[in-house]
Design a protein around this ligand. Structure first.
Ligand code: HAM
Length: 420
């Protein structure tokens, strides 16, 4: 056992997985740009107060925050998500709404580490500030749905719900509290604790003994104002018009307190662990105000990169891209010829590698075979003395001797014909 290893809940993303990871973010970026979003890069830590606005009834705030006092005496926290940071930036910089931004990067939550649940995890996401229109909700949800489809995932389901406006939500929470308190003897000890903190979260319980009680609990739809109900109806109408499959799930409450009106969650049916949520989001129409700004509606989502890639593994889609070198330089002269050739090929935009440590021709050719390169450029004493190199297609075919100045063209010719 080495003395130092990654701490619980953190992982190294090694090659070739890191390349796949970057490709996922690139896919997200191109989709977000098509939708008119611009990139935002936020600090990974902020004043703790920014994240306290996520609500004192959320686990993220009460149990999972990585917070500390820095050397200047500031109470700081590592960001557990990026929506609060985006709203803080909106208040700080006053951009002209509508403000449409996308982001990618790590977040930190002190959770019980397990497969698919990490203490450092990555998200890609978007936020839109300043627009109340229900068809924006449709646009945002459709973007996330398209992303999963573009990755090749077929087993991702979308649940949507409306939590109503602040008043509706409060009345619903009060009704749930009354209902569960009247049946407290049927609740587990854990759910009793949850009930005191946040009655909404009791609906999240997966305990079989509580399912009947939860099924009979009051439904949010009975508490929606006319405006919130009309907004939700328009969202459903829009999703249907765009052929985005969804299910209305009145028990979907989500883990963060800031949600108002539309909420949604994507889960992978290919993941059988408890951690099936691959993304989620919703409206947070009061959050900018909570952070000291003027009343500004907002909506967005975040997709968990780690979990989405686990879902891709489970469905056998979105493989790691091949990063094999295109060219392998074999040099038995022991001089600088090989290094210069490699440099020339790289400047011409080719992916190149070579053998190190003055090995024999046979051993270098073996490495060239193993490397997956499509072409070998061979520089022996005899060739170099004559100012030429041997260019050999690795998949068979005739090798040719070409002047050193023509090697790049010759290699590119072979690559053009090689199967990719
Ligand atoms: P969230 O549901 O807390 O929402 O996280 C979104 C996604 O991040 C989850 O569906 C999951 O895939 C991933 N995730 C969360 N925690 C972990 C973890 N410990 N390990 C691995 N993956 C994790 C938010 O973060 C909101 N900011 C989304 C949002 C944006 N709402 C409005 N705008």
């Amino acid at each position: 056992m080495p003395e130092f290893q990654t701490t619980p809940g953190t992982r190294d993303i090694l090659p070739p997985d890191a390349a796949r990871w970057r490709r996922l973010v690139e896919e997200f970026e191109s989709l977000a740009r098509l939708g008119g979003y611009e990139n935002i890069v936020l600090p990974m830590f902020e004043d703790l107060g920014v994240f306290l606005r996520l609500g004192d009834a959320t686990d993220v705030v009460t149990k999972e925050m990585y917070d500390f006092v820095d050397k200047g005496g500031r109470h700081i926290a590592l960001r557990p998500e990026q929506t609060a940071g985006v709203c803080r930036a909106f208040v700080q910089h006053s951009p002209t709404p509508p403000w449409k931004v996308w982001y990618a990067g790590p977040n930190f939550r002190y959770e019980k580490a397990q497969h698919g649940r990490y203490r450092q995890f990555d998200q890609v996401g978007v936020e839109v500030l300043g627009v109340d229109d229900p068809y924006l909700d449709v646009e945002v949800i459709a973007l996330a749905a398209a992303f999963f489809v573009n990755l090749g995932l077929r087993g991702v389901r979308l649940d949507i719900n409306s939590l109503g406006d602040a008043g509706d939500r409060d009345r619903y929470i009060a009704a749930l509290r009354d209902y569960f308190e009247a049946h407290e003897s049927e609740l587990s000890e854990e759910s009793k604790v949850t009930l005191r903190r946040n009655p909404l979260r009791v609906l999240d319980s997966k305990r079989p003994a509580e399912q009947d009680l939860i099924a009979e609990a009051p439904s949010i739809s009975e508490f929606l104002s006319d405006e919130a109900a009309a907004h939700f109806a328009a969202v459903q109408e829009g999703l249907s018009a765009l052929n985005v499959p969804f299910a209305v799930n009145e028990r979907l409450v989500r883990g963060l307190d800031y949600y108002r009106r539309t909420t949604f969650e994507f889960s992978s049916t290919a993941l059988d662990a408890a951690q099936t949520a691959v993304g989620g989001g919703g409206r947070y129409d009061g959050l900018v105000e909570d952070l000291g700004g003027s009343s500004t509606p907002g909506i967005g989502f975040a997709i968990g990169v780690d979990r989405t890639l686990l879902a891709c593994d489970a469905e056998g889609v979105f493989a790691a891209p091949s990063l094999d070198s295109e060219v392998f330089v074999v040099d038995t002269t022991g001089g600088l010829v090989g290094v210069r050739m490699m440099n020339t090929l790289q400047r011409a935009g080719l992916r190149v590698t070579r053998a190190y440590g003055a090995k024999s021709m046979k051993s270098q050719m073996k490495s060239a075979n193993k490397s997956g390169a499509a072409v070998a450029v061979i520089l022996g004493e005899d060739e170099v003395a004559r100012g030429v190199a041997t260019v050999r297609p690795m998949s068979g075919g005739d090798q040719t001797e070409v002047p050193l100045d023509d090697v790049v063209d010759s290699v590119k010719n072979i690559l053009r014909k090689a199967p990719t």
